[in-house]
Design a protein. Structure first.
Length: 446
């Protein structure tokens, strides 16, 4: 689940634990599965050499006669790595082996994932007929599973293939929903958004929700010397009317004596001005602020405005939520310590979760089960204790007639609540469980 939402570090940690369990219990197929999972996480983190070594280790542990599915997963992952390296002949060879294994084990999801990369490799090599053949088979997998989520999980690298197929009239999928789901799960990607957020290009941009970057004339700036100088710029952006010196000291150095805080303030202000240009931070009547004419962009302010617009139930609120969710690419100033960034980070995170839950339910009402599932998955990646998201995933699986998947999601909910809080799920979640067991669950139970 972590890899499907781009959280590869968490995936790596979880697969480490699975691998330890496999070693302790001497479960060979579980060990191979964990190695493949680690390899895919390393691939997602941009470490192909580490991924390749893990896959070699996995192949060495395979029993070729009994571990057909595991061998197919290894070959699929190796094919992905060759595809990334633009070694398309080798990719095709490994992916064909993976496809044969998935056909033998009747694993439709693995067939679909393999078809994606076979089509993409054929597309890169200019083999149009093979592209069309694989896309038709891919559509059959989507029809069988009742979901295109496994396509979305492969990420935005598949966009050129899918868009070219769409333009050629060969794509049989719901292109709009695929594009929307990719935007939800991979907000850093250069997607063609369902809703285009119109933004003016301003000389100064402070992107607290996009890596904590500061741009001048579209170019990232560095040389802050200390992270606090960068945080000061964001603090002043958060208070466009300005702040007094003592209030800035209180927010940035809350446990520092006033005399020492005064020295730190002036040193930090000097560093911030040196990076941004002295006229960018002005002092008027003992109030410090960014350019008083507001000639800058602060993405958190945009996010908060869209969140307010997204409180309703109508289509306008839906569009605002889609835009706000797309703006939230990384946690606010995620690499910065300190009380103020942490307080803002937590507040924005809670706001995002509420928006995704609301949008997920809206999508369910509109028949967008795949998009809703992506939103609920992303919510759980942020807050694994949110029972509303667990119930949403249970409902999505139930709607696809996957009662076993819905029950497994309930068990995951039980596990995380007991592990973290020592509590059982709420009566609302248990009621949905009983409804699913009796095949009488309703939308109102969410």
């Amino acid at each position: 689940m972590w890899c499907e939402t781009g959280r590869h570090e968490q995936a790596l940690a979880d697969y480490d634990r699975v691998r330890e369990l496999a070693i302790d219990t001497r479960t060979e197929n579980l060990a191979v599965y964990a190695l493949v999972g680690q390899a895919l996480a390393q691939r997602g983190l941009g470490h192909p050499d580490r991924a390749g070594s893990l896959l070699t280790e996995a192949m060495d542990q395979l029993d070729a006669t009994t571990m057909v599915q595991e061998r197919g997963l290894c070959r699929l992952a190796q094919g992905m790595l060759h595809f990334d390296a633009q070694q398309y002949d080798l990719a095709d060879e490994r992916l064909t082996e993976a496809l044969n294994a998935s056909l033998q084990t009747e694993s439709v999801r693995d067939q679909g994932r393999t078809r994606i990369y076979l089509a993409a490799a054929a597309y890169r090599q200019g083999h149009r007929e093979r592209v069309a053949q694989h896309l038709v088979k891919l559509f059959e997998c989507v029809e069988t599973l009742g979901s295109h989520q496994f396509i979305v999980a492969e990420g935005p690298d598949m966009l050129p293939l899918l868009q070219r197929a769409q333009e050629g009239g060969r794509l049989l999928f719901d292109w709009t929903r695929i594009r929307s789901d990719l935007a939800q799960l991979y907000p850093d990607a250069a997607l063609l958004p369902v809703v285009q957020v119109v933004q003016n290009t301003l000389p100064l941009e402070l992107l607290g929700l996009n890596g904590g970057r500061v741009l001048l004339a579209g170019e990232p700036v560095g040389g802050w010397e200390t992270d606090t100088a960068r945080v000061m710029a964001f603090l002043l952006a958060a208070y466009p009317m300005g702040l007094g010196r003592d209030r800035i000291i209180d927010l940035l150095w809350p446990e520092t004596a006033l005399s020492r805080g005064n020295s730190q303030f002036h040193t930090t202000l000097f560093r911030a001005r040196r990076v941004l240009g002295k006229p960018t931070i002005v002092n008027e009547h003992k109030v410090y602020r960014l350019k008083p004419e507001g000639d800058y962009r602060y993405d958190v302010a945009e996010f908060e405005r869209l969140q307010q617009l997204g409180q309703g139930e109508d289509a306008t609120a839906h569009l605002a939520r889609v835009q706000s969710i797309a703006l939230y690419r990384t946690p606010f100033l995620e690499s910065s310590d300190g009380e103020w960034p942490e307080q803002v980070r937590r507040s924005l995170e809670l706001s995002l979760v509420e928006s995704m839950i609301k949008e997920g339910r809206y999508q369910l009402d509109q028949g967008g089960i795949d998009t809703a599932e992506g939103l609920f998955l992303r919510t759980i990646a942020i807050d694994s204790l949110d029972e509303r998201a667990h119930r949403g995933l249970m409902w999505c699986r139930y709607q696809r007639r996957d009662r076993a998947g819905a029950l497994r999601q309930y068990e995951r909910c039980v596990h995380v609540l007991m592990d973290e809080l020592g509590e059982q799920p709420s009566s609302v979640t248990r009621q949905l469980l009983e409804g699913i067991r009796a095949n009488q669950a309703t939308r109102a139970m969410l």
